[in-house]
Design a protein around this ligand. Structure first.
Ligand code: F6P
Length: 335
C-alpha cells in the first residue's frame, strides 16, 4: 500500500510524534510505502509530496511543530474569484500519485475537509490534533496537555510578581471558542477568577470578588481568561477584562497574553505517548480497511469514530464539569 500523510491547520506539540507513529508502524510493521504531503491540503493541490523513509523519522518524538509544514487551505471553501475546482483537482492528483489512502492530522477544520474527501470516495483516516481540546468525538487530543502545562507554569510565575506589587494580573490563554485551556491551567495554576467562553460573566461580580478577597487579606488576584470570551467592541480578552477590573475596583491591574508559546516546542510525555498510540492505531485502521473515520481516545482506549459524526461539531466545556463544580465550592469565581 502507498499512503500519503498530511498535517493541516494550526500546529501543536505532538504532531511529529504522530507522524513518527504512523510512518514507523506503516514501514516497519506493515511494509507500506509512505509519502509526506507538504503544507496540508495545499500539497494535494500542488502534487507536493516526498517519500518518507525510516531515516527521515529520526528525532521526531520530542520535536515541536510539523516536519511536513501546514496551511489553513480549505479546498471545499467556495471563493468567487477562483475558477479552479479544487476538490476535483485533488481527486485527480491523488489518482496520479497513486496514493491508496490519505492520513489527515488536524483540528476541526481538517476533520470537516477530511469528511468531505471521504464522501467523494477518498480512503481517509484522520487523527485529531489541537491545543484547544475542542475536537468532538475524542476525550482529548495531543497538544492540549502540553499547552496546559505551559500555561500553568506561566500562571505559577505570575503569583510572585502579583503578590510583590499587590496587583491584579489578568492572563489570556488560547482556546479559540473553547475554554478548556483556561479551565485546566486556571485551576492547576491557582487562578482566583477563571473566565471561559461557555459561561457568561458579570464584571461587577468579578470586581466584588476581588474586593472581598482583599477584605480577607488576599492582596493580589490572578484572573485567567480564555481568548474567546465575549468583550465589548471586539476588544482582546485580557486587555478588556483588565481595563474593566481597574475601572470597577480601582486596583492596579496588568495583563499578559501568553500567545504562541502555548503551541511551540516539545510535547509532554503524555502527549508523546498519546500521539504515538493514535499514530499506530491509524496505520492499523489503514491495514484493516477502516476508512472514513477519525482516531479517538475513548476512556483508556484508542478507538475511532465516523468522520461524518465529527464534522462541523465543537467539543465545549459543560457548566457541570467537575473542575468548575469543585472550583466554585472553593470560592473560585467563574464570572
Ligand atoms: O486552534 C489552535 C489555535 O492556536 C487557537 O487556540 C488560536 O485561536 C488559533 O489557533 C490561532 O491561529 P493562527 O495560527 O491562525 O494565528
Amino acid at each position: 500500500m502507498k499512503i500519503g500523510i498530511l498535517t493541516s491547520g494550526g500546529d501543536c506539540p505532538g504532531i511529529n510524534a504522530t507522524i513518527r507513529g504512523v510512518c514507523k508502524t506503516a514501514i516497519n510493521h506493515y511494509g507500506m510505502e509512505v509519502y509526506g504531503i507538504h503544507s496540508g491540503f495545499r500539497g494535494l493541490l500542488d502534487n507536493d509530496i516526498t517519500p518518507l523513509t525510516d531515516k527521515d523519522l529520526t528525532g521526531l518524538l520530542s520535536m515541536g511543530g510539523t516536519i511536513l509544514g501546514t496551511s489553513r487551505e480549505k479546498p471545499f471553501k467556495k471563493r468567487s474569484s477562483s475558477s479552479q475546482n479544487k476538490p476535483a483537482l485533488i481527486l485527480k492528483n491523488i489518482q496520479e500519485m497513486q496514493l491508496d489512502c490519505i492520513v489527515c492530522i488536524g483540528g476541526n477544520g481538517t476533520q470537516k475537509t477530511a469528511a468531505k474527501l471521504a464522501q467523494l470516495g477518498v480512503n481517509i483516516v484522520s487523527i485529531p490534533k489541537t491545543i484547544d481540546n475542542d475536537v468532538w468525538g475524542t476525550d482529548t487530543s495531543f497538544g492540549f496537555d502540553t499547552a496546559v502545562t505551559i500555561a500553568t507554569e506561566a500562571i505559577d510565575r505570575l503569583h510572585s510578581t502579583a503578590s510583590s506589587h499587590q496587583r491584579v494580573i489578568v492572563i489570556e490563554v488560547m482556546g479559540h471558542k473553547a475554554g478548556w485551556i483556561a479551565l485546566h491551567s486556571g485551576m492547576a495554576g491557582g487562578g482566583d477568577i477563571i473566565l471561559i467562553p461557555e459561561l457568561e460573566y458579570n464584571i461587577r461580580n468579578i470586581g466584588n470578588t476581588i474586593i472581598e478577597r482583599l477584605k480577607r487579606g488576599k492582596t493580589y488576584s490572578i484572573v485567567v481568561v480564555a481568548e474567546g470570551i465575549k468583550t465589548a467592541d471586539g476588544k482582546k480578552a485580557a486587555e478588556y477584562i483588565a481595563q474593566e477590573i481597574e475601572y470597577e475596583t480601582g486596583f492596579e491591574t496588568r495583563e499578559t497574553v501568553l500567545g504562541y508559546i502555548q503551541r511551540g516546542g516539545a510535547p509532554t510525555a503524555f502527549d508523546r505517548n498519546l500521539a504515538t498510540r493514535m499514530g499506530g492505531y491509524a496505520t492499523e485502521m489503514i491495514a484493516t480497511g477502516q476508512f472514513g473515520r477519525m482516531v479517538a481516545l475513548q476512556g483508556e482506549k484508542i478507538g475511532s469514530i465516523p468522520l461524518e459524526e465529527v464534522a462541523g461539531k465543537l467539543k465545549l466545556v459543560n457548566e457541570d464539569h467537575d473542575l468548575i463544580v469543585q472550583g466554585k465550592r472553593m470560592g473560585i469565581c467563574f464570572g
